[in-house]
Structure formats: C-alpha cells, structure tokens
Design a protein around this ligand. Structure first.
Ligand code: AMP
Ligand code: MN
Ligand code: MN
Ligand code: MN
Length: 283
C-alpha cells in the first residue's frame, strides 16, 4: 500500500494548499494520505474533502511539537476525531507563543546584521498563528543571505546560532493523550533526527509507550535506508507499529516527494492496520 502519512500545507509551513497536496498525492500514486500540519488541524476538512473527491482514502493528521530532555521531538497523530475539543485546545496552547518567539528570533537575527526578518518571514506565512523557522528560512533565501533553507538552519536557526530561541512546547504525556483521547494513534516522528544519548532515547520510547503511544515512523523522507533499518528494529523491540511518510513541504525544497518512499519492512505492523476503522474511504 502506498501510504503517505506525513506532509505539510500552507496551514503550517508547507507551500501548497491542502487541495493542491491532495491532487499531487493522487497524481503520484498515494493510496492512503494524511495531512499533518504542525500543531494545527485547521486544514483537515479541506484535505479530507479534496482527497475523497479524488478517490483517495484519508486519515486525519497533525504533528505536535513536544519538549523532551532538552530537545524538540515531533509526535504525529493519525486517525483522531478532528472535532475533539481537548485536542483543539491542546494544539491552540502549543501554537501560542510562536509569534513572540518569532519576534525574539528577528531580534537575534538583527543583532547578526539581518534586518526586517519578522516582516520578511510573515510574507510566507499562510496562518498567522503558525510562524515557524521555515518561514524565516524562506526569507533569508529570498534576500540572498543563504543559498538554500538547509544553509539557513545550519548558520542561523539551530541551537547556538543567532536566530535560535529556545521554546517550551507541549509535554510528551499531553501530546500523546490528546491524540489517544480523540480516538487517534500517536507516532514518534523521524526518530533518527534527534540527538539523544542511548539512555534518553530509551526514555523517549518507553515513556511514549507508557502514555499510550503506539507507532513510530520507520520510513520517512528524513531517514536514510540504514536509519529505516535501525528503527525497524526499534519498532519491534518496543512493540510499536510502523508509519511511513514523506514529510513533504514544498516542490522547491523537499527532497522526497509525496508517495515516493520505499516500502515498510515486511515484518512490521503498519499503523494503518490498527486504524482500519478510522480511514475515510471515498465512495
Ligand atoms: P519550528 O516548528 O518553527 O521550530 O520549525 C520546525 C521546522 O523547521 C521543521 O518542521 C522543518 O520543516 C524545518 N526544519 C528544521 N530543521 C531543518 C533543516 N535542518 N533544514 C530544513 N528545514 C528544517
Ligand atoms: Mn515543517
Ligand atoms: Mn517534524
Ligand atoms: Mn513534518
């Protein structure tokens, strides 16, 4: 099954509308799709309607920012009830503070000689509640400060760099519970991206499970083939189902397109097997 259960629209830091993403997913052979905007479900209805109209099966989705052991961890939620009030409140609280953080980032960048970056980033923002580092990165590429967005992150937007502002996101326990209580399944996103020690990683996986988390991304646009193999083993070790998603943001920036992913290793249980009754099927 060509499932792609991780990508972003202009409702967070992607560049395409939910409708354009649905179209692109369908054209590229995706058979089961989820839009997973950062800390937002404002695009869910549009994504679902567009997908079903194209004959594409759909799962609701979001990607929640979490603070854990001094780093930011992303938890993808799939198949939840998008009308759940506690989830909506939790996401709104997680989004809160992004504007203040962005103003502080712009101050840091101004001290490094880059002026007007708050206004510059805003030009790329589709949702005023969701200003992200990606929007700053696009502005710094536009103005020629950097050649591409990865260079911006490396030089300006990561820990210790002038535009980096530490931020307190949701707790792991809250994020997993919001998803679980809304009838969904929580997934640890792109685990190879974090820089945890072995003990910290063990704490992440075991606490995640204890809170009710049930899945981990094994095949993602953020993993090499070797990393996918490693997290296939970790999935088995912790008894987690496996997810698959491109993390597509933009035709100009993303290396992995929608649907263009290797298969999940066959020994794993795909998350969609646990979500059968949550999938919206086209008529
Ligand atoms: P934020 O939620 O504002 O901290 O922004 C996080 C987003 O920045 C991620 O979801 C990615 O889209 C993007 N990002 C993080 N690190 C990098 C990187 N090294 N290169 C390109 N984009 C990145
Ligand atoms: Mn992003
Ligand atoms: Mn992420
Ligand atoms: Mn993502």
């Amino acid at each position: 099954m060509n499932a792609d259960l991780h990508c972003h629209s202009c409702v967070s830091d992607g560049t395409l509308t939910p409708e354009a993403l649905a179209q692109r997913a369908k054209e590229r052979g995706v058979e089961l799709w989820a839009l997973t905007d950062h800390d937002e479900i404002g695009g869910q209805q549009r994504a679902q309607e567009a997908a079903l109209a194209l004959g594409l099966a759909y799962l609701t989705g979001t990607e929640i920012s979490v603070s854990f052991c001094g780093q930011t961890v992303h938890i993808v939620g799939l198949g939840f009830d998008a009308d759940n009030a506690a989830l909506a409140h939790g996401l709104a609280a997680t989004r809160g503070g992004r504007r203040e953080r962005a103003l502080e980032m712009a101050e840091g960048l101004a001290q490094a000689g880059i002026h007007g970056s708050f206004e510059g980033a805003l030009k790329y923002v589709g949702n005023p509640e969701l200003i992200s580092r990606t929007h700053f990165a696009r502005y710094l590429v536009e103005t020629g400060v950097c050649a591409d967005t990865s260079e911006v992150f490396r030089r300006f937007l990561t820990e210790g760099k002038p535009g980096f502002v530490p931020h307190r996101w949701a707790s792991l326990r809250d994020a997993v519970r919001w998803i679980d209580d809304a009838g969904g399944l929580a997934v640890i996103a792109h685990p190879a991206r974090y820089r945890f020690t072995a003990n910290e990683e063990h704490a992440l996986f075991s606490e995640f499970k204890a809170h009710g988390g049930r899945g981990v991304e094994v095949v993602t646009g953020s993993h090499s083939a070797a990393e996918a193999l490693r997290y296939a083993e970790v999935a088995q070790e912790y008894g987690l189902a496996a997810s698959r998603g491109s993390d597509f943001h933009s035709p100009d920036e993303s290396h992995t397109d929608l649907g263009a992913l290797p298969e999940l290793p066959s020994q794993l249980t795909p998350v969609w097997e646990l979500l059968k009754n949550r999938i919206q099927q086209p008529r």
